[in-house]
Design a protein around this ligand. Structure first.
Ligand code: NDP
Length: 283
């Protein structure tokens, strides 16, 4: 069975469009997301375009601020301070990666926590790990939503997360743990990775290696969530970290690339923007 992020995110966006229209009527304006893009990395440009399109579909007002790659860190911080102070801005997203001369850490920490739609601010990260209310990072949130919608039982089950990045691996492991799964986190230093992944009833892969996890590394009936977005070195086409062809004959559920986790990430970004707006208006 394929878990289609494309279909699920389309349903979420339709529901959110109605919600945003109602918010607009109630409060006299709709949520407003500002995306800051520094430089012209083609991947980042395409992500930013995708986010703007999703905002349009949902009815969220969106502004993209573009600055050249040689913009200074001071200038980026100045723009963020301005957006923090602007009552008409509900969400701020800085597209990553930033050019190397700019500290991502400092920039993310400068975003007002209440406008941090990515859930990357240190206070939001801390709140997640302390089980306090917070804005959840979009990709892990989308993954949990997919598992939930597909009716995958998590409680008491063996989940393996391959990858331990701050934006995907670690937070998804925490959310699975909160859902009472028994979680193992594997990474580039893990010995006998195939034995670890074969022990998974639920396998989440976020490593950035094209088609790295093959069918023989997956146990019969496992649920496989493929987060990777890579270019296949042979065909040049988009592919995941999981070899879909061999993995899909073993898995009970699997997410495709494209059309899996990617669209869910964007739908959850829309949700987070609406949540930030609501929190501000309803406090
Ligand atoms: P990072 O590069 O930050 O982290 C990669 C992780 O994978 C690291 O923890 C690394 O281990 C681990 N890893 C790398 N190689 C191996 C290996 N051979 N065996 C086991 N573990 C390995 O990546 P991200 O988490 O940011 O992204 C991962 C993938 O997900 C990328 O393809 C990215 O494009 C995609 N992505 C997709 C999103 C979506 O919405 N669909 C959103 C975000 C990311 P170690 O810590 O030891 O170095």
């Amino acid at each position: 069975m394929i878990i289609s992020g494309k279909e699920l995110s389309a349903r979420m966006k339709a529901d959110m469009a109605a919600e945003v229209a109602a918010l607009g009527t109630k409060y006299g304006r709709v949520p407003h997301l500002v995306v800051l893009l520094v430089g012209d990395d083609p991947g980042s440009v395409s992500y930013v375009t995708g986010k703007a399109k999703a905002c349009d579909a949902v009815g969220i007002r969106n502004t993209t601020i573009r600055r050249p790659a040689d913009t200074t860190e001071e200038e980026v911080l100045r723009i963020i301070a301005e957006l923090n102070a602007d009552e008409g801005v509900d969400g701020i997203l800085v597209q990553l990666p930033l050019p190397r001369h700019i500290s991502e850490e400092r920039v993310i920490a400068a975003i007002g926590r209440e406008k941090d739609v990515d859930g990357f601010h240190p206070l939001n990260v801390a709140a997640l790990w302390m089980k306090q209310p917070c804005t959840l990072p979009c990709t892990p949130k989308g993954i949990l939503r997919m598992l939930h919608t597909a009716g995958v039982e998590l409680e008491g089950r063996r989940a393996v997360v391959v990858g331990r990045s701050n934006i995907v691996g670690l937070p998804v492991a925490k959310l699975l743990l909160d859902a009472n799964a028994t979680v193992t986190v594997a990474h580039s230093r893990t010995r006998g990775l195939a034995d670890v992944t074969r022990g998974a009833e639920i396998l989440v892969v976020a490593i950035g290696r094209p088609r790295f996890i093959t069918g023989d590394m997956i146990s019969e009936g496992a649920v496989v969530i493929d987060v990777g977005v890579n270019r296949d070195p042979e065909t040049g086409r988009l592919c995941g970290d999981v070899d879909f062809e061999t993995a899909s004959s073993k898995a009970s559920y699997i997410t495709p690339v494209p059309g899996g986790v990617g669209p869910m990430t964007i739908a959850c970004l829309m949700e987070n923007t609406i949540e930030c707006f609501r929190r501000k208006k309803e406090r």
